[in-house]
Ligand binder design. Structure first.
Ligand code: C2E
Ligand code: CA
Ligand code: CA
Ligand code: CA
Length: 275
């Protein structure tokens, strides 16, 4: 319509339209997957930097769609948040993970479970009481679980968020600030947070090959220690990185060097035998 010199523009619009249609179709299939119980949970270990024992396991949602194959959580989690399916999705993940945690406790395995929580869930009425009820069903305690909440990217709802985090803390949950360094927390806010753990975002780990990247990581470690928080560094992909972080005094490490996220059976093996 715009003439010969605008072919690119035209095809971009077509592309967007096609993508829009695809998105709607994927949303419908995600909704089915949640309801029919075809979502799965994979588990990734968080290991002690010194000693290498498995300290906790993070539950990560996985979706294998009949048509498109494995779909990344980077796509379907934001989608679920946008269309109001995140609580249902999280219920599925939580149920599966608590089931497994019960089995692991019965087998004498002490590792904590780390669960990702979206901001919108945090603000839902009865979120805390529902979660506690769910735990009770499985004879588990809040102290068995560490909830991961992404560092805020907006400061507007800060006081509201703090209030809800304190409720979780008072109920006995331990809290971790996920993707630390990608949001805009100020030092005083960090100090107020009832969180015990900082999970340093993978983007910082990927910069450790530069002098500047190493200095930033060192500063984060000092900051956390000044705030009496422990650190988990994500995205540890090789031994060299693990050694460097251990030398800095980082408490916990997570990444492909130790294990990718794996099905529960495999996770159970490395909880029993070590990695
Ligand atoms: P996240 O919470 O930051 O999870 C860590 C992500 O880093 C995972 O991606 C994991 O597979 C990936 N990862 C682990 N080790 C390495 C490594 O050594 N190198 C690199 N480059 N990446 C590594 P995944 O599983 O694709 O999940 C993406 C995001 O989706 C998660 O990021 C989390 O924010 C969200 N998510 C996943 N499951 C759930 C869930 O059940 N509920 C909610 N609310 N969010 C979830
Ligand atoms: Ca996480
Ligand atoms: Ca993270
Ligand atoms: Ca992330």
């Amino acid at each position: 319509n715009a003439g010969r010199n605008n072919v690119c523009f035209y095809s971009d619009i077509l592309h967007l339209k096609a993508l829009g249609r695809e998105h709607v179709a994927i949303q419908a299939r995600l909704s089915d997957a949640i309801r029919l119980g075809s979502l799965q949970v994979f588990y990734q270990p968080i290991v002690q930097a010194k000693g290498g024992e498995v300290f906790a396991i993070e539950a990560l949602a996985r979706w294998q769609d009949d048509k498109s194959g494995w779909i990344s959580p980077e796509l379907f989690i934001p989608m679920a948040e946008k269309v109001g399916l995140i609580q249902e999705l999280s219920d599925v993940v939580t149920h599966q993970a608590f089931c497994k945690l019960r089995e692991w406790r019965d087998a004498g395995l002490p590792q904590k479970l780390m669960l990702n929580i979206s901001r919108s869930q945090l603000f839902a009425p009865r979120f805390v009481s529902n979660l506690v009820e769910r735990l009770n069903e499985f004879r588990l305690r809040p102290s068995d679980v560490i909830l991961e909440i992404t560092e805020s990217v907006a400061l507007t709802d800060y006081s509201r968020q703090l209030k809800h985090l304190k409720l979780l803390g008072a109920a006995g949950f331990r809290l971790a600030i996920d993707d630390f360094g990608t949001g805009y927390s100020s030092l005083s806010q960090l100090h107020e947070m009832p969180a015990q753990l900082l999970k340093v975002d993978v983007s910082f780990t990927q910069r450790l090959h530069t002098e500047e990247g190493r200095r930033i990581m060192q500063a984060i470690v000092q900051l956390a220690s000044g705030l009496d928080m422990q650190i988990v560094v994500e995205g540890v992909e090789n031994l060299e990185t693990a050694r460097f972080l251990q030398g800095l005094g980082v408490h916990f490490l997570q990444g492909f060097h130790f294990s990718e996220p794996v099905p529960s059976g495999v996770a159970e093996l490395w909880m029993r035998l070590g990695l």
